[in-house]
Design a protein around this ligand. Structure first.
Ligand code: PFF
Length: 451
């Protein structure tokens, strides 16, 4: 099949779209608070090790599976393993993961819209820290408003996805990503030039292993998976859109590099400011929604920076929700033979319903918990910490042990046209290192050993 008709028209387009998926709330909302809760610099170090040694090879593997099969998350395994259809289970787990992540993710994405509006209308002006916290609690716990903002975000995402891979996804991400980058740099400059900023930089960059536990390692792995969108078939989906002559190693290194850079910049934009104003870095998911508005309140031109920050967060979220929806839509189009537009509308409705449950679980339904977690937290924890690493474990076993080595070589070397000198190391990692590391981290983290 002519590759370009199915997918991206250029390598830059592929990188922008996949980096757009990778860079999202995970970098700017989840990464800083997870790092804050897990001791700062030590977490960062382990995180970067995971990105380089697991993230890049796993990303290449998913891309290779997608590009080789030219199919969606589920179909990919049927195409590559027609005799043993059980491997399609990996795709089904990916789909479930996709539905769960898109549900809670679109809720948080919706919050960013409300925060843009609040910042622009001076909603935080003159409020003290307690009052700013109260705004967040009241908003997220209320029944209607978060559902409206979630719906708005779903519509925005849906419209772009309906336009298709080239005219929608590729085009918009190529415009949005540079804007995001510029806004981020601006915020970093503001943050590090505040008095007392150095404490925050120390917290971010100085490893302190005293407070670091096995759960911290598991969180770092989960964060790396979530942030790079690995383990649930997004990269299989986008891999099927990558041109046959693009170098998968280079593509993956660019994506993982940009993703990590943006996470670091988010850290540099957030922690110095948090420390400069004497706030706690450990406040958890509310870090960017409560702590930061407080920070903005106390800085000159704070309102402008607040608007910029939340616009940035919304853009980052949008390029990720596009990818989340695309996994599900491509599956429905290819497997259920739906039209793109029908699939988009139907899936968005389902996501709205599940997302509403996530949203309400923070407010009026918060009494309903499973294992001590409300539905929202449960979805977040289950997907990032367990399903994505389990999915990654399964596809490394598939590609490293089950799928023929010559075929793996063939896909990564673009049919022998690239030298792919790294192949031996890559193959060793996905056969031995990655599965072992994933198993060890999953078991020790799940059992809470070493806490
Ligand atoms: N990587 C995204 C982020 O860091 O926000 C989240 C994500 C998007 C995960 C798409 C998985 C996915 F398929």
């Amino acid at each position: 099949m002519e590759n370009n008709q199915r997918g991206f028209t250029s390598n830059i387009g592929a990188i922008a779209a996949a980096a757009g998926s990778a860079i999202g709330l995970g970098n700017i909302w989840r990464f800083p608070y997870t790092l804050g809760q897990n001791g700062g610099g030590a977490f960062l170090l382990i995180y970067i090790i995971f990105v380089i040694f697991l993230g890049v090879p796993l990303m290449m593997t998913e891309f290779a599976i997608g590009r080789r099969s030219q199919s969606n998350v589920v179909g990919a395994y049927r195409v590559l393993s027609p005799k043993h259809k059980g491997w399609m289970g990996i795709g089904i787990l990916g789909l479930i993961c996709g539905f769960m992540i898109y549900s809670f993710y679109s809720v948080v994405a919706g919050w960013t819209l409300n925060y843009i509006a609040l910042s622009a209308t001076g909603g935080f002006a003159g409020k003290d820290a307690a009052a700013v916290g109260e705004i967040f609690t009241q908003f997220t716990q209320s029944s209607y408003l978060p559902l409206i903002t979630q719906a708005a975000f779903l519509i925005l995402t849906g419209v772009i996805v309906v336009m298709g891979v080239q005219k929608g996804i590729e085009k918009f991400t190529k415009i949005l990503m540079p804007i995001l980058f510029l806004l981020m740099i601006l915020l970093c400059v503001r943050s590090v030039t505040l008095d007392g900023a150095s404490e925050g930089l120390k917290f971010l960059f100085k490893p302190d292993f005293n407070n670091f536990t096995a759960t911290g390692v598991l969180s770092a792995l989960g964060q790396a998976m979530f942030s790079l969108s690995i383990g649930m078939g997004l990269l299989v989906t986008y891999g099927s859109y990558i041109r046959k002559n693009d170098d998968l190693l280079k593509t993956s290194v660019c994506i993982a590099g940009t993703d990590t850079l943006i996470a670091l910049l988010a850290g540099i934009a957030i922690f110095p400011a948090v420390f400069a104003f004497g706030l706690s870095p450990e406040s958890g998911p509310s870090l960017v929604f409560i702590t930061l508005p407080n920070v903005f309140n106390n800085m000159p031109l704070g309102m402008v920076f607040a608007i910029l920050f939340f616009v940035l967060l919304a853009i980052a979220a949008l390029t990720s929700t596009i990818s989340l929806l695309e996994i599900l839509v491509l599956w429905a189009v290819e497997e259920l033979k739906m039209k793109r537009i029908t699939a988009t509308i139907l899936i968005s409705f389902v996501i709205f319903a599940i997302g509403a449950v996530c949203s309400l679980s923070l407010g009026s339904w918060s009494d309903f918990t499973i294992g001590g977690l409300c539905v929202f937290d449960l979805f977040d924890e289950l997907t990032a910490t367990y399903f994505m690493p389990i999915g990654a474990l399964a596809f490394t076993i598939f590609f490293g042990w089950f799928y023929r080595k010559e075929e793996v070589w063939n896909e990564l070397s673009n049919g022998g046209t690239l030298k792919a000198k790294y192949f031996k190391i890559y193959y060793f990692i996905i056969r031995y290192i990655a599965p072992l590391a994933l198993i060890i981290v999953l078991i020790t983290g799940a059992l809470g050993i070493g806490n």
